[in-house]
Design a protein around this ligand. Sequence first.
Ligand code: URA
Length: 306
Amino acid sequence: MTTNVHLFDHPLVQHKLTLLRKKETSTTSFRRLLNEIGSLMTYEVTRDMPMHEVEIETPLETMRSRLIDGKKLVFVPILRAGMGLLDGFLSVVPGARVGHIGLYRDPKTLVAVEYYFKMPSGMKERDAIVLDPMLATGNSAVAAVERLKEARPRSIRFVCLVSSPQGIATLRQAHPDVPIYTASVDRELNDHAYILPGLGDAGDRIFGTSDRRRSDVLRQGQAMQRPLSFATFRRSPLAAIVAPLRAEAGRRRCPPGRRAVRAHAHAHDRRHARPPAGAPGDRRVAGKGGFPGASRIACRAAYRHH
Ligand code: URA
């Protein structure tokens, strides 16, 4: 593995990860497995924590024995999927403190916007362990670590379950001092910045908010190009993104007809051209309520159903 990238290759972690990835794994099992993996990860990620000796008394005699240095650890889940790993970590280190970082992707600028940040006091003496099951583009991880560094913890480690080569490279480049711990480096990202083969949307699977129709749409990049039925479209998360476009379309009274629709969609593409996922200058944040590429499709869908 690359320096500062550690693989959780324990058979138990790998076995549970396989079960977790399966699409038929229920929300209950997904949560349980993630918890169990979290507790197994805790051993590995805390393996080299600095220690000091103290003198204690056993019921029989005095001895010198070791304790972890500094104040209690702080676990920092990135909302919301990071919460899925938290209980497992706390089950092994129940006295740890918990900080939270909430980020969402601004639909206009595509940059990670912080909506919540709360850390315990005494961060300078604490080792922080950032938790997020998926390291996809790496953009939210970079933003989270950047913000966390302002609180000046003694050290920062980043723990994820599944990562992409691109996410690792992005985080390594921005924060080479932050070790990355992952159970798998998967093949690649798809057009929507989801990890392949991955496990789907971790947040949705943890909290049971997945929409089968959306999963179908996300399965393949090309799937987004297929026309959606109006009923399916209306129930999908795209509808919210499309609403303002539909209103605009209504105002402009785009003439019906395929050629006009296509011309208008192309004009929209040109106006909103941006680098593909992962290209230099691409600032989108994967999977945080984000839907890279949606606006273009949404625009088409809006006109299709106008
Ligand atoms: N976030 C997820 O939940 N899954 C991915 O595959 C990528 C980002």
